[in-house]
Design a protein around this ligand. Structure first.
Ligand code: PEP
Length: 258
C-alpha cells in the first residue's frame, strides 16, 4: 500500500474545501490499485469535508490534536472531538507547530500519546531536521531525538499502526525536495529506530516523505520500497497536480504487483 496525505494547512474556508474535496473525489473515481488518500483540512471544515467524502475510499485527518481529554482548556480540540467528527488520522508535531508555535518534543510526545491511547485515531508523527542540523551533519541525531522522546516507554496498541512523516524543515514549501537517496537512507534509519524502541512489526510501520512533493517528482520517491507514501502540502491544493500525484501512486502500486 502507498499513502497520499494532503495537508491543506490554513488555506481554505468551507466553500473552497467542499469544492476541492468534491473535485479530488471525482478524479479518484474508477481507479483500482488506489493509494490510501487522507485529507487533512482545517478543524472548522472537517464536518463538511466528511459529508462530501462519506461514501468514498478517502479518509479524514486533523492537522493537530489537544493534549487533554476534556475540561477547561480554551481553544483546544480533543482527540474525542476529532473522532466524533470522523477523523481517522491526526498530524502531530508538524514543523510549523514546532517552529511557529514553539511545540517542544515533550508537548509533541504528549499529543502523540493522547491520540494513540485515548482515541481510535491513528497519530501521524511529523519529524525532520532543520538546515542548520543537516549542515552540521546531525540530521539523524536530531530526528532520532524527536522519535525517542515520543516512543520511549510507549506500548503501541495492537489495533494501531505507526505512521511517521519525515519532513526536513528546509524542504517544506521550497524550490526542490530532499534527494531520493537521502530520503531512503533516513527512512531506513527511522524504521530501524522505531523497531528498536517498540515491538511493532515492520509491516505496521509506515514512513512517509514530505517536502515540496509535486506531480513531477513524486514517482521517484514512491517507487522506493522505503517510501510508504507522501505528505503533500502546496500541491494538494491544486486538483490537477493532486490527481497526477495519486495517479503516480497508482502506477507504482500496479507496477509493484506485476
Ligand atoms: C507540509 O507542510 O507538510 C508540506 C509537505 O508542504 P509542501 O508540500 O508544500 O512542501
Amino acid at each position: 500500500m502507498k499513502y497520499i496525505f494532503a495537508n491543506w494547512k490554513m488555506h481554505l474556508g468551507i466553500r473552497e474545501s467542499v469544492a476541492l474535496a468534491r473535485a479530488v473525489m471525482q478524479t479518484l473515481r474508477g481507479e483500482d490499485d488506489m493509494p490510501q488518500v487522507v485529507i487533512f483540512p482545517s478543524f472548522t471544515v472537517l464536518n463538511d469535508v466528511r459529508k462530501v467524502m462519506a461514501r468514498s475510499r478517502m479518509k479524514l485527518g486533523a492537522q493537530n490534536c489537544g493534549t487533554e481529554k476534556k475540561g477547561a482548556f480554551t481553544g483546544e480540540v480533543s482527540a474525542h472531538m476529532l473522532e466524533d467528527v470522523g477523523c481517522q488520522y491526526a498530524l502531530v508535531g508538524h514543523s510549523e507547530r514546532r517552529i511557529i508555535f514553539s511545540e517542544t518534543n515533550e508537548i509533541v510526545a504528549k499529543r502523540y500519546k493522547t491520540v494513540l491511547l485515548e482515541s481510535k485515531i491513528t497519530p501521524v508523527l511529523c519529524v525532520g531536521e532543520t538546515l542548520v542540523e543537516r549542515q552540521a551533519d546531525n540530521a539523524q541525531g536530531y530526528v532520532s531525538e524527536q522519535i525517542v522522546s515520543v516512543f520511549n516507554g510507549v506500548r503501541i496498541p495492537r489495533q494501531k499502526e505507526v505512521f511517521i512523516a519525515y519532513e526536513p524543515v528546509w524542504a517544506i514549501g521550497a524550490s526542490q525536495p530532499a534527494s531520493v537517496a537521502d530520503v531512503v537512507s533516513m527512512h531506513s534509519f527511522i524504521k530501524e529506530l522505531v523497531k528498536k524502541l517498540t515491538d511493532v512489526a515492520d509491516n505496521r510501520i509506515h514512513i512517509l516523505y514530505g517536502g515540496s512533493i509535486d506531480a513531477k517528482n513524486v514517482y521517484a520517491f514512491l517507487r522506493e520500497k522505503q517510501v510508504d507514501g507522501v505528505l503533500v502540502g502546496g500541491a494538494s491544493l491544486k486538483v490537477k497536480d493532486f490527481e497526477l500525484i495519486v495517479k503516480s501512486a497508482t502506477d507504482v502500486i500496479t507496477a509493484q504487483e506485476l
